[in-house]
Ligand binder design. Sequence first.
Ligand SMILES: [Cu+2]
Length: 466
Amino acid sequence: MQKKTSRRAFLQTAGMTTLGLSSLPILSSALLGCEDTKSTKKTALSTASSSLVTRKNIADIPVDDPEIKLFKDAIRILKERSEISPLDPMGWLAQGMLHATFCATSIYSNQVHYNWYVWPWHRLYLWSMEQKIQNAVNEPQLALHYWDWTKSTVIPEHYWGDETNPLFNVTRLVGPQDEIPKDFINVGAGFRASRYRTFGGYPAIKKRGDAQLDGLAEQSFHNNIHNWIGGQMATFTESGFDPIFYGHHGNCDRIWDAWWTYSPNNKLPDEEEWLEKKLYATDGNGRPVEFKIKELLNSEDLGYRFADLDLNPNYCNPFLEEDKPKRNETKQDCIAPLNLKTSDTDAIYKDFIDKERTHVILHFERAQLPYQPYCARVFFEYDKEGTKQSKYTGTFTILPILDLDSVLLQNGVHLQIEIEKEIADAIDAKKDIQVIFQPVPLPNRNIPDELLKLENISLVTHYENE
Ligand SMILES: [Cu+2]
């Protein structure tokens, strides 16, 4: 894939044609219709001249700014639509259900998690929401926001208060003062993965029983934060009902852009199976729309750009030794020996040294997952000159999917991990390595009593059926 170069404005007639968006006549007339009323409407946004909106970090906008007020008005209107008619396709419930349809489904061809469709589909889902809020308040310049949690490690005050704030959600298990643990928001391990499959996920399964491999971004910061927030956000079925979803995913969408825009080695898939894949959502009027992934790659084609793609560098660089989570034994620790075949060991070390390939796949077969979200810090433990070494390799959250968890159980779970030189050396030296999953206590909930059970943990450079 080419890096993005064009800065085309969305909904210009020529753009619509070249993008093959002619299936969206309703959308364009709705927006053009808004033009008439816009001149009489005085909002903070009405000075903007382009049809391109800028998504900003919500924490950078004062809570009492007219832009935030308008955003809240729009969400309130969507919620009111659903109160009047729960099935209103332009309402809040229908929008949240759209996420459930593609994210909590047992129809494999619809599932957009645990595979390489996760980022393009969620981009489309955010677009769908942005169209609806623009439509709700007749303001085509109204943008969604992102919550850059690498800079604001608490949930911004915009999302708190009580039921009178449409951005508030009562089910969250964290509070306004709770800070996300540093290791939950490490985006660097993902940035350093040049293969899209490692960062963004492997091809979707074709039939029941195939192994699913989601990418590092989904398994780590995306899932970690969903689950850390808790309540509806920690479920696939209901996360679309918490307004913070749009802030969190706004940032994930931005990180996806940053990953391939600014790292010359990072390439998007060039397989037709990915580029030509049709993804579905609804437009601002609740009408069904379909986009091919190749039409979703330039955010400006979808009418938005990001204020910036700058993340807090602390979370983009490898953790300093003193910042890495420490190994603390818990009674729920899950420990299993790493099974290393000589061929794998050689390949991993050779890739590490010759190709500077620092990412590998940790595969555990016939794992038994608790049927609830499971967040763990993963350590490799081995002996070095008589001293036990505990090497941190990452923090992951596994979110169970309805129906599909049994597939995961059969075929195991794959984690994409980044290893450092000392671990590569230990692998090369054929040391006995123990893999430890140390569950992380989260605010207002206990570590699941039900333990993760692991069988046969192995390490591979890439998935065998690739
Ligand atoms: Cu998500």
